[in-house]
Design a protein. Structure first.
Length: 103
């Protein structure tokens, strides 16, 4: 199980309130999203969501885990952004040598 992916899916499910909408957003099967969340819950040994046919509710543990997931994913996004910015901004000296006819 890719824990970061499962965390992202968990956060999106909570934000959107729907496994189906998250599955559509990520172009995944609804059952796959549900299984990822179930695997995440199994690996943690705790229920994060109370599911019914019409609603999703966070458990107390789920609320705390959601907050931590958001912080972790925000830090990860910031780190990736920092690295991407360092690749797009040239730095250092540029020395060009050309013949007199080019100049």
């Amino acid at each position: 199980m890719d824990k970061l992916r499962a965390m992202r899916l968990f956060v999106r499910v909570v934000e959107m309130g729907s496994f189906t909408q998250v599955a559509d957003e990520y172009s995944l099967a609804k059952s796959l999203v549900s299984k990822e969340i179930s695997r995440l819950e199994s690996s943690l040994g705790a229920r994060l969501l109370q599911r019914s046919t019409r609603r999703l509710n966070l458990t107390h543990v789920g609320e705390a885990y959601l907050q931590q997931c958001r912080e972790i994913l925000d830090k990860l996004d910031q780190a990736e952004s920092l690295v991407q910015q360092s690749h797009t901004q040239p730095s250092g000296k540029l020395k060009v040598t050309a013949s007199m006819t080019m100049g």
